[in-house]
Write a protein that binds this ligand. Structure first.
Ligand SMILES: [Zn+2]
Length: 245
């Protein structure tokens, strides 16, 4: 019998069999892990709503041969206002999916844990405007890419190193490119470049208060391309939000 204690953020949850769920967790102590919760879908479940996505819980996890099983859960943070705000929920889904996609299993990463928890806290104070135009979402994604080692080059041309005016963004080459090095790059506006720099440089609370803009939406498309280039998949939450948009 081997049990571990961990502070976890529930990234997502999917049904397993008749009554159980598998949670994808980002934990402070164990990094990203999956864990089964037995009986959570029964109406008489002793778990209540504690293990819903985006909650922060202190868990006791029993380590089985292939999966952890949650044996105890104590709620630490529940972001109630987030659940009543469609755009904030979309934003939470985007950021949690990106954490799941960018972090390897079993690698504790305290900065990623803190970044995700702080992002959810900020989202819980409300989001003004669409999630895909929100500076907070752009900032959280860029900071996650930074932690994963995929920070885009934003201060010179990533191809030739020149300081000329950037005219394109290349996911494959990892950042801004100048006029001479466009090749596969998508065009980028000066406003989107500024949005990228601000999203990286400013703290989450300031980004949360900043107005949504079309430039942020453009920058977010580039950052999403960068995410897709490195992970080989798109964020479903972004696709859904665009389809619903
Ligand atoms: Zn160049």
């Amino acid at each position: 019998m081997r049990s571990e204690k961990a502070r976890a953020i529930v990234l997502n949850s999917r049904p397993l069999g008749e009554a159980d769920r598998i949670l994808r967790l980002f934990t402070r102590e164990l990094g990203r892990v999956d864990a089964v919760v037995k009986g959570v879908r029964k109406t008489t479940s002793r778990w209540g709503g504690r293990l819903e996505p985006y909650n922060v819980c202190d868990l006791v996890l029993y380590q089985g041969r292939t999966l952890y099983t949650v044996t105890q859960a104590h709620l630490v943070d529940v972001f109630l206002r987030l659940r009543d705000d469609r755009e904030a929920l979309t934003a939470a889904a985007v950021v949690c999916e990106a954490v799941a996609g960018l972090t390897p299993e079993h690698e504790p990463e305290e900065r990623v844990f803190a970044l995700l928890r702080n992002t959810l806290r900020e989202l819980d104070t409300g989001l003004n405007g669409p999630a895909l135009e929100a500076p907070l979402v752009l900032g959280a994604l860029l900071k996650l890419l930074f932690e994963a080692g995929y920070m885009p080059v934003l201060d010179h041309c990533t191809a030739c190193g020149g300081g000329e005016r950037a005219l394109g963004f290349s996911a494959a080459r990892g950042g801004l490119v100048c006029e001479k090095c466009l090749e596969d790059a998508v065009p980028i506006t000066p406003a989107a470049i500024e949005a990228l720099r601000e999203a990286l440089g400013r703290p989450l609370a300031e980004l949360r208060a900043a107005a949504p803009t079309a430039a942020v939406a453009e920058a977010l498309r580039d950052v999403h391309d960068l995410y897709s280039y490195h992970t080989g998949s798109q964020l479903r939450a972004v696709r859904f939000a665009r389809a619903a948009g």
